[in-house]
Design a protein around this ligand. Structure first.
Ligand SMILES: [Zn+2]
Length: 344
């Protein structure tokens, strides 16, 4: 059994004082080394995504826009939230290409599973629009790589970042071959402001987008129920050939950008559920792809715990502990989502 690691820290794509910087990545490899994980994984060298791979999910206008902006030295987009530097075009291509390369190794059977530690993140990048710190949609490029290059019929993407994966939803909204499932904080003024339960896809894609919009302070128990009662049955119905995870660690209660309530132990629990689903539904083919996560200790331990789970270790690192308040009860929401999605 081989577990992959591919690493794209993109130090040239960074802006001072911005929460999404290469400083998020700096502690990751030392943390993996210290926990004994690094020697047990197979590191693969990332290659940049080709224009053809990007064109499967983005318009040529968007790709050229980012390229030209980078050639001019960069600039701000999206009301200043999303930046492009002179090196961002190459960095974003490398992040997306690393994910496609990891999919190649998993689909041809050279590896069992893996985690692509890449940035810039991708899940807010839409077909024709960069947004929310994201430039190219890494998970979407990975899904299409599995389908176009390796003949996968159905790919499921589960997004447990605290923000809704509006970009991934946009790209696959009319597509019944990619199931997009997102758990996210859904509250007034919280980015990106969409991801309600009635956004379910359209045309052939109707019912292949499954949004699970959560109130603030949903914790380990709430997430466990969401995975057991909503996500597992939907994945069983869909029967994916590959499971991709948009793995953001900003639903942790200490994250500075959100007000959710997962602990590291809770994250490890839902991570292990996803690996179990992949083992029972698609011969263990699962690739985690890094999205957000802005508390650096949480990110390091969260990433380490994913590798422990992928490697079959019975270890969970949680030096921080649980949210120091009662979690929000979501029984009514779960019932409504079950009825809405015919999961009873
Ligand atoms: Zn996020």
């Amino acid at each position: 059994m081989t577990t992959l690691l591919t690493y794209v820290p993109s130090p040239g794509h960074t802006r001072a004082q911005h929460p999404e910087s290469h400083l998020r990545m700096t502690p990751l490899i030392p943390a993996l080394e210290q926990s004994g994980v690094l020697g047990k994984v197979e590191m693969i060298v990332p290659e940049p995504a080709t224009i053809g791979q990007l064109r499967r999910v983005h318009t040529m206008e968007l790709i050229e826009y980012v390229h030209h902006l980078a050639l001019r030295g960069g600039g701000s987009l999206d009301h200043g939230d999303t930046y492009v530097t002179g090196e961002s075009y190459e960095a974003a291509r490398l992040a997306a290409g690393a994910c496609a390369g990891a999919v190649d190794q998993i689909m041809i059977g050279n590896a069992h599973n893996g985690f692509a530690l890449v940035r810039p993140p991708g899940h807010h990048a839409e077909t024709d629009r960069v947004s929310g710190f994201c430039i190219f949609n890494n998970a979407a490029v990975a899904a299409r790589q599995a389908q176009v290059t390796h003949g996968a019929k159905r790919v499921a993407i589960v997004d447990y970042d605290v923000h809704h994966g509006n970009g991934t939803q946009d790209i696959f909204f009319e597509d019944d071959s990619v199931l997009f499932v997102s758990t996210h904080l859904y509250a007034p003024y919280f980015y990106p402001g969409i991801g309600g339960m009635y956004e379910i896809g359209t045309g052939r894609g109707k019912n292949f987008t499954f949004n699970i919009p959560l109130p603030p302070y949903v914790g380990d128990r709430g997430y466990e129920r969401v995975f057991d009662e909503l996500i597992e049955p939907r994945l069983k119905q869909f029967r994916p050939d590959l499971l991709l995870v948009s793995a953001g660690f900003d639903a942790h209660w200490q994250d500075p950008l959100a007000i959710s309530g997962l602990s590291l132990t809770g994250y490890a629990g839902i991570t292990r559920k996803l690996i179990d689903y992949a083992n029972s539904l698609c011969a263990g083919k699962i690739l985690f792809i890094l999205e957000g996560g802005y508390q650096h200790d949480v990110l390091s331990a969260g990433v380490t715990n994913v590798y422990h789970a992928l490697l079959g270790h019975d270890i969970i690192e949680d030096p921080i502990g649980s949210m120091p308040r009662n979690e929000h009860d979501i029984s009514d929401l779960i019932d409504r989502l079950k009825q809405h999605n015919l999961l009873n």
